[in-house]
Design a protein around this ligand. Structure first.
Ligand SMILES: Cc1cc2nc3c(=O)[nH]c(=O)nc-3n(C[C@H](O)[C@H](O)[C@H](O)COP(=O)(O)O)c2cc1C
Length: 350
């Protein structure tokens, strides 16, 4: 049966073609379609790409795709809204690089919640975002061992300032500081998740075991991108059941975090969809700044996804009523194979 949008049986060469299409340089001037393609390069939970993009005369509305929720790991849609924030910020940076003004804001009316990105002819591209823009197709979640090098202070300062530009606090813990305390909560969260059959089943449903499988869907967590061997899906599913065990996974996460320069926690002002989206916007700016400086990142959100560990992290950091939104490790490592995106046509509405 022919599938829409060129998604078909999938092969290794389809993976390469998909990668080339999604990461093609942004034309100048850029049409809406190409700006939206850049927006979809944003980070997003489990690579579900939980967005629907609705262009209008003076901008784009980014709407949640509730069919792509991950209700076990993300029961209140925190990550979903953070993912929409990532797409909005990526779109804004790309649009400004192409001479538009771009303002993103959370909107809720007539029973619909969305992030509205208003676009207008705006003049010169901002010089202080040029490197963020160039980093958009380079940024990735790098789930490997890093080389242990520390992050220079100016890079940390820039990342902190970029998060602050959208009103979010970036709390930085280099190795040798409270990073070990945060790691302990990450590991406790990780163990709780692996003990949770529903969590494991949901995760498994988003795994893509080889390049053909990844290309067929254009979404999900591609095994090679996480440093895992690629296998035919039928075999990959069985191997996953055999090897995804608490002990080895916990050891792996501990080694990965300790190989990083440190961890940081993003904390938005409000604990609601607008605040969650702001956390995603802050991640995007900080991650692009890190990428531009030759560093790389990976989420270690286990300690904000499990309620007990999230409460413990909030107390550890003295956040009061504020919610620790996203947790990342950052450092230096070679790039990994990339995750794919669905074509823009698959996410357009209206
Ligand atoms: C809100 C949010 C939560 C995420 N949580 C995790 C996580 O806990 N563990 C992880 O390895 N990756 C996590 N990711 C990263 C996504 O899996 C990743 O962005 C997606 O697979 C696309 O890959 P890319 O970032 O390399 O483009 C998260 C991303 C977002 C935006």
């Amino acid at each position: 049966m022919a599938l829409p949008f060129g998604l078909g049986r999938g092969s290794g060469s389809d993976y390469e073609a998909c990668l080339a299409r999604m990461r093609a340089p942004l034309p100048d001037p850029a049409g809406t379609r190409d700006l939206l393609r850049y927006a979809t390069l944003a980070a997003n939970g489990h690579n579900t790409q939980p967005w629907r993009l609705r262009p209008r005369a003076d901008g784009v509305d980014i709407l949640p795709d509730l069919a792509r929720r991950t209700p076990v790991v993300d029961p209140d849609d925190h990550h979903l809204w953070a993912s929409l924030g990532c797409a909005a910020e990526t779109l804004g940076i790309a649009a400004r690089a192409r001479g538009l003004s771009a303002e993103a804001g959370f909107v809720a009316h007539a029973g619909e919640e969305a992030i509205a990105v208003d676009l207008a002819p705006g003049g010169a591209a901002p010089a202080d975002e040029a490197d963020l823009f160039a980093a958009i197709p380079q940024r990735q979640s790098t789930r490997s061992l890093y080389d242990g090098r520390p992050l220079p202070a100016p890079v940390v300062e820039r990342m902190t300032a970029e998060a602050a530009r959208v009103g979010v606090d970036l709390l930085w813990f280099p190795q040798g500081s409270q990073a070990e305390d945060v790691l302990a909560l990450v590991l406790a969260g990780n163990a709780a998740q692996i003990d949770d059959r529903a969590f494991v089943a949901e995760l498994k449903s988003w795994l893509r075991f080889d390049a053909a499988h990844a290309a067929r869907t254009g979404d999900g967590l591609y095994a090679a991108a996480a440093g895992n061997p690629t296998l035919p899906p039928w075999l990959g599913r069985r191997m996953f059941d055999l090897v995804f065990r608490k002990g080895p996974e916990t050891d792996k996460v501990a080694r990965q975090v300790r190989s990083s320069a440190g961890v940081f926690v993003l904390v938005a002002q409000t604990n609601d969809p607008a605040g969650w989206a702001a956390a995603g916007r802050a991640y995007t700016r900080a991650a692009l700044a890190a990428t531009a400086a030759g560093a790389t990142l990976a989420f270690v959100n286990q300690c904000v996804e499990v309620p007990e560990q999230r409460a413990a992290l909030r107390d550890l950091l003295g956040l009061g009523e504020r919610r620790p939104n996203l947790v990342l490790r950052v450092g230096y490592a070679p790039a990994m194979p990339r995750s794919l995106r669905r074509p823009v046509e698959a996410v357009l509405v209206g």
